[in-house]
Design a protein around this ligand. Structure first.
Ligand code: KG4
Ligand code: ZN
Length: 341
């Protein structure tokens, strides 16, 4: 193996088809992302069958573009990495089939990667990781606090008991008439309002690191519907600000508490909801005040959403551990890290 480790990474777990070439787990040579959001917008959510069809159309083009942009020939590659879960089974299978075919054709090792590990390792594309560390993973499908003692060792210490944070943003945004996915628009609206409605802060006082967002979502929807029935108009900006204040306070408080208990060196904020300006700002502020020695890493926006570069970064660790898969590798839609608490 040459000193220059080059991994071709493939991601297709949800509504982004992406292929990247990553050098030594830290340098992005290319990261092609084909988003399908426009096609799913009119349905107000990702339609699995539509997603699979788009992946089929896009995957080969993305693969060719990723190699061309990186100026890499297949024979120069060290391995092929692919997301095999969690995600939509039909969507995962497209990336998996393409990665397997490519690995077989070019006689390259195949590395199976957990999509959530990818979200964490997006941080590695920004700066070196120092352990132990804690990741707050917040996306449309997940809300997890993951503790890592070392590279490639993932332990869930807390997670949502119901809705994911991003899911709550999307559902509440829909009630406000915002287009899917509404996280970004709701975030922007929140910045123009105030926390006047004081929604509940679920599980904030409980002695664990779990979350719950469905009660908040119901409280929000009930408030809006009741007001509509009475013919009252509520302040949209204040509604958005109040919702965001509740989500952010719970996420930040529990993350800081976990950092204290686990004496971590770094915190990584990852996943699509890591794009949230309120969450970024409040987490930064809370850590700077209570734990100034703890370093916060927030990947740039283009690496917070789903992309293959993060899969390539996580794959670097799996390659070092020789975690190679056979061509019989299957998709695992509910793949999860081990829960330890
Ligand atoms: O990680 P991601 O791209 O896809 C997966 O779910 O795996 O996350 C997408 C989620 C959506 O629910 C979207 O509404 C949310 O991230 N999101 C945001 C923001 N930008 C995207 N949520 C809150 N604030 C944002 N600025
Ligand atoms: Zn994701």
């Amino acid at each position: 193996m040459s000193e220059r480790e080059l991994i071709l990474a493939v991601e297709s777990s949800c509504d982004e088809t992406s292929v990247a070439v990553i050098e030594n787990g830290e340098k992005i040579l290319s990261n092609i992302v084909a988003s399908q959001i426009k096609s799913h917008k009119r349905f107000g959510g990702v339609v699995p069958e539509v997603a699979s069809r788009h992946h089929v159309e896009q995957i080969t083009l993305c693969l060719e573009d990723a190699l061309a942009e990186a100026q890499i020939e297949p024979k120069e590659l060290t391995a092929v990495a692919v997301t095999y879960g969690p995600g939509l089974v039909g969507a995962l299978l497209i990336g998996l089939s393409a990665a397997k075919a490519f690995a077989w054709a070019h006689q390259l090792p195949l590395l199976p990667i957990n999509h959530m590990a990818g979200h964490i390792y997006a941080a590695r594309l920004v700066q070196p990781l120092r352990f132990p560390l804690l990741s707050l993973l917040v996306s449309g499908g997940h809300t997890e606090l993951v503790y890592m003692q070392e590279d490639g060792a993932y332990e869930i210490i807390g997670e949502t008991r119901d809705d994911a944070a991003g899911e709550a943003y999307d559902k509440v945004g829909r009630v406000l008439g915002l287009p899917y996915p509404s996280g970004k628009a709701l975030d922007e609206l929140a910045h123009t309002g105030k926390d006047t409605y004081h929604f509940p802060r679920a599980m904030l006082q409980e002695d664990n690191y779990d979350f719950s967002f469905s009660g908040l979502k119901s409280a929000f929807i009930n408030l809006v519907h009741n007001a509509e029935q009475r013919g009252e108009t509520l302040d949209r900006a204040d509604l958005a600000a109040s919702f965001q204040a509740s989500v952010v306070e719970v996420l930040v408080t529990k993350t800081v508490r976990a950092c204290q208990q686990y004496s971590v060196k770094q915190v990584i904020l990852a996943g699509g909801v890591a794009a949230n300006q309120g969450l970024r700002h409040e987490l930064q502020k809370a850590l700077a005040t209570t734990l100034p020695a703890v370093e916060l890493i927030i990947p740039p926006l283009r690496l917070c959403g789903d992309n293959a570069a993060m899969i390539g970064a996580a794959a670097h660790v799996e390659l070092a551990k020789h975690h190679q898969a056979s061509l019989a590798l299957n998709a695992d839609p509910s793949l999860a890290f081990e829960r330890v608490l």
